[in-house]
Ligand binder design. Structure first.
Ligand SMILES: [Zn+2]
Length: 119
């Protein structure tokens, strides 16, 4: 049986004694009430996710993040979601369902309509 450890810095469970994300040595076994990183969603999708979590009575915590989108090169606003470890599996399944059943929104790029040039 593998003991799951908890990295309080990254808020992630880890199966190894060294956090794969930050390299910190871990010695605390994860507790059901430890907050774990769930997912990051652009603010538009955050609302959908929150509704689902609320429906399932899963308490969550969110943190706002702004970052540079690698895809569009523009600033995006997104939310990072955290849930208790006890709910992590269930919440992760919901996130997967959400991603599977609905098309993830593509960043809306302003479509520049080029005026038809008459030669
Ligand atoms: Zn870490």
């Amino acid at each position: 049986m593998t003991e799951i450890l908890y990295c309080s810095r990254c808020r992630r469970p880890s199966e190894t004694e060294v956090c794969p994300t930050c390299g910190q040595k871990l010695h605390l076994p994860i507790l059901p009430e430890d907050l774990c990183y769930l997912t990051s969603q652009p603010s538009v999708w955050g609302g959908v996710l929150e509704e689902i979590l609320e429906e399932e009575h899963i308490p969550f915590f969110r943190q706002q993040e702004s970052g540079l989108s690698v895809i569009t090169g523009s600033m995006t606003e997104s939310w990072s979601y955290y849930v208790h470890y006890a709910n992590l599996d269930r919440a992760a399944a919901l996130v997967e369902e959400l991603a599977g059943t609905e098309d993830l929104p593509e960043e809306e790029l302003p479509e520049e309509e080029l005026p038809e040039e008459e030669l």
